[in-house]
Structure formats: structure tokens, C-alpha cells
Design a protein around this ligand. Sequence first.
Ligand code: GS8
Length: 222
Amino acid sequence: MASQKGVMLLDFWSSPFGQRVRIALAEKGVEYEHKEEDLSSKSELLLKSNPVHKKIPVLIHDGKTVCESLTIVQYIDEVWSDKAPLMPSDPHQRAQARFWADYVDKKMYDCGGRLSRKLKGQELEATKKEMIEILQLLQTQLGDNKYFGGNTFGFVDVALVPFTSWFYTFEMCANLNVEQIAPGIIAWAKRCQERESVAKALSDPKNFYDFVCMMKKLMGLE
Ligand code: GS8
């Protein structure tokens, strides 16, 4: 396997999951080799490294593989524990952080993906309602805190922030204005983007929208 020593990330530019890993590595100041995958023609290395799901991101650390973005972020936090802790030290707060990151995984990707397709009528309205509920619940959970991790940028912030690049697409595809329905989430997203780790990792919202349009054409959804 390549990169017997050191750190390598198998990634894809627009992936919110890959972006989580890029943010965590940057927060920790870890240098790594970045390998962009062609997801329509996956490399042997990807197929061998993630034989179960065959998906990016995959972290290869000293020849050992770690798959699934939230697992990778926790691994990074444990291995490079000397700097920028992402997980709270209190076990209950840690459990809460895992709960909300899991909520983001279960709700945001699925509902956001549906919202970016060409939905119409009742289906569109129901999906918009679902997204409004998700964002407002997250906004309530954030409360007056600077970050989901309180005063420090942490695990839930890393899990959620890549999806903020999708908000422009929600507006274009579904006429959903996140600033209007969850201003606290927009203010939080801006605070996160002041961090170099986040600013460098996130996709440009317009590039992401163009990518979604291209994918829809390819899939015959336009
Ligand atoms: C999801 C990874 C994923 O969907 C995680 O890492 O958290 N639960 C996983 N990766 C996608 C790219 S992002 O849309 C992927 O690799 N897709 C390729 C495929 O499905 O063939």
C-alpha cells in the first residue's frame, strides 16, 4: 500500500465528509498527502482501503486505514491529542457531541440531497418543511454559544459546517433562504469560516451548485 509512513487522505473536493477530515487535520496542524479520487473510476487504493463501502474519505496513517468521516475525525482527535481538542473531556458532553453529529449525518445529507433535486408541489413543500425543522432544531441546540462545542470549535462544528456550502443550492433549487429561517446558523457559519481550517476546506457555494446542476443533467433529472 502507498504511504506506508505518514498520512494520506483519499478525498473528493465537494464531499462534506472529506471536508470534515480536512478541517480536523488542519485544526491539528497535521501534514498529509491529499489524493483526489475520480468517483466514477475509483482507484485500486480506494477499493482496497475501504472494501466495505468503497467510499471516500479514507485516512491512511502509517499504512493503516480508517474509514467513515466521523470515525476518522475521532481517530485524528485521539492520535493528535496534544493540540486543538475536538471532543469534550466530560463523558456526557462527549456522548451529546456524538448524538448531534449523528443527527447531522442522518438528517442533513439525506434531506439536503432531496432538496437539491428537482422536486415539485407537495413533495417539495414537505422536504422544505423537514429542512426548516432540522435547521431550527440545530439553531436551538446551538443557543447563544459561539460554537456547538461551547466556546471551542469542536466535533459537531466539524460535522455540520461542510453542509453550509449547500445553502446557496437550497436557495436556487428550492427557494429556501436559510438566513431567514435560521439566522443563528448563518451567524455560526460565518464564525466558523473565520477559521483557516474551515475556509480552506469548504467548497465555494456556487461551484457546489454548478456541480449539483451538472450531476442532475448526467442523471437525467433536468
Ligand atoms: C459517507 C461517505 C460518502 O458518502 C462518511 O464518510 O461519513 N458515511 C460516509 N462518500 C461519497 C462521496 S460524498 O457524497 C462517496 O465516496 N461516494 C462514492 C460512491 O457512492 O460510489
